[in-house]
Write a protein that binds this ligand. Structure first.
Ligand SMILES: Cc1cc2nc3c(=O)[nH]c(=O)nc-3n(C[C@H](O)[C@H](O)[C@H](O)COP(=O)(O)OP(=O)(O)OC[C@H]3O[C@@H](n4cnc5c(N)ncnc54)[C@H](O)[C@@H]3O)c2cc1C
Length: 379
């Protein structure tokens, strides 16, 4: 039996878990598993939500990728620039070609703030370590006025995150004695405050109770940083003193440049087998895909298990029938030391329980235990 070459491109939650699970299911005689990551650093992005409020600094949410990988997984640190899906190799920036029998694309999502005119000078966000620190500094200086929070367009990762930010902010301003002096407005690009209807029905009354205003059908067209206004394609203009806008997301450039993606660079992925729609030996996991499910670490976690079983099964000559059913499980902070939980899949929408301290502590526990439980595949 020849040793199969499995290449995993991307060392985030999806890629790291797939690589570790495969290493647990296949011997070195069956497969050589190589993970390629640009920075060799694994980042737990949910930690960034707390940075603007003075939570642990971004370094606390990072670990070296090597420290999270099983010993039998080879790690290449470098930028992959092209995939040849026919000749089956990944080309690195230095010209090296890494051949594969199976490729798992786990390149995540890319932020593209420049897609919104005026974004650079006019808006803050918390979707990168640097941006979360900048927002922290801006919030420290804030002494009252109009805060506008929103998402520039859809899809974006962790759909609940901007709502969580809004609830945490409202709570923070109250504690600092600034709530009475601050108007908070939430912008949503669709006809309700959240994409999933049951979650929208759950959070809308909470926002109303706390005096958080919302503007629906607001698809950002541009920001005017001089006059401090944000305008929508629908023709609405809203003034702000502080604007927090989740920037547009796109797929990794390597996907488009290799002719493997759709117009925005998302990988066309079968919603159950997680195989690329044109190349069955290429799989997609996590934010890189065009799956009709939240771009979230939770989804990547469930998907990784299916991909590992399917590839390992094929190599062992016992094909696996495992399929991804759209499972996601995540928490939504609602402020005041409370949170709720969202559990759903392709056919069952979430029914969030009443916010409680219990779910807030569950989320805090997961944030701490993540390193031991998730990339390792223990849960
Ligand atoms: C503020 C915030 C809060 C969040 N909260 C939650 C939450 O509570 N629950 C939840 O489930 N999810 C949450 N998420 C979303 C979650 O972090 C992402 O969905 C998850 O990280 C996606 O995992 P991934 O493996 O697909 O991609 P990523 O984790 O983004 O990893 C992609 C990796 O690919 C590498 N890469 C990309 N291109 C190349 C290339 N060309 N060559 C080499 N390497 C490359 C990158 O360096 C990176 O390491 C949150 C996200 C944010 C920003």
């Amino acid at each position: 039996m020849t040793v199969k070459q499995i290449v995993v491109l991307g060392g985030g939650v999806g890629g790291t878990l797939v690589a570790n699970l495969l290493a647990g299911q296949l011997t070195r005689k069956q497969a050589q598993i190589t993970l390629i990551d640009r920075i060799g650093k694994h980042v737990y992005q949910p930690g960034w939500l707390y940075v603007p409020f003075g939570g642990p600094p971004p370094e606390r949410w990072e670990r070296s990728e090597r420290s999270l990988l099983r010993r039998s997984v080879d790690l290449i640190i470098g930028d992959a620039v092209r995939i040849d899906p026919h000749e089956r190799y990944v080309e690195m920036a230095d010209g090296t070609q890494i051949p594969f029998d199976y490729l798992v694309i786990a390149t995540g999502a890319r932020l593209e703030p420049s897609a919104v005119p005026g974004y650079g000078e006019g808006a803050y966000h918390f979707y990168s370590a640097e941006a979360a620190l900048r927002l922290h500094a801006a919030l420290r200086e804030f002494s009252g006025g109009r805060i506008v929070i929103g998402v520039a367009d859809i899809p974006y990762k962790c759909p609940p995150a901007p709502l969580e930010f809004t609830f945490l902010l409202e709570d923070e301003l109250r504690k600092r004695g600034l709530r009475e002096k601050t108007e908070i407005t939430y912008l949503s690009p669709i006809g309700r405050v959240f994409t999933i209807e049951s979650v929208s029905q759950f959070v809308t009354p909470l926002m109303e109770e706390r005096g958080i205003q919302y503007e629906l059908f607001f698809n950002t067209e541009q920001i005017d940083p001089v006059n401090r206004t944000i305008s929508s394609l629908e023709g609405t203009t809203i003034p702000y003193d502080l604007l927090v806008l989740v920037p547009p997301h796109r797929g990794a450039t390597i996907i488009s440049e290799s002719g493997l993606g759709d117009a925005q660079g998302w990988l066309p992925t079968d919603r159950e087998t997680l195989q690329h729609k044109q190349f069955p030996y290429i799989y997609g996991v996590g934010d890189a895909t065009d799956l009709p499910v939240s771009k979230s670490g939770a989804a990547a976690h469930f998907e990784a298990k299916v991909i590992a079983h399917r590839i390992a099964g094929e190599i062992k000559g016992k094909p696996s029938e495992e399929r991804y059913q759209g499972q996601v499980m995540c928490f939504l902070e609602t402020g005041y030391g409370q949170a709720t939980q969202l559990v759903f899949d392709y056919t069952h929408p979430p029914h969030p329980p009443k916010p409680s301290a219990y779910y807030h502590y569950e989320k805090a526990l997961l944030n701490r235990a993540y390193w031991h439980l998730i990339p390792t595949g223990i849960v």
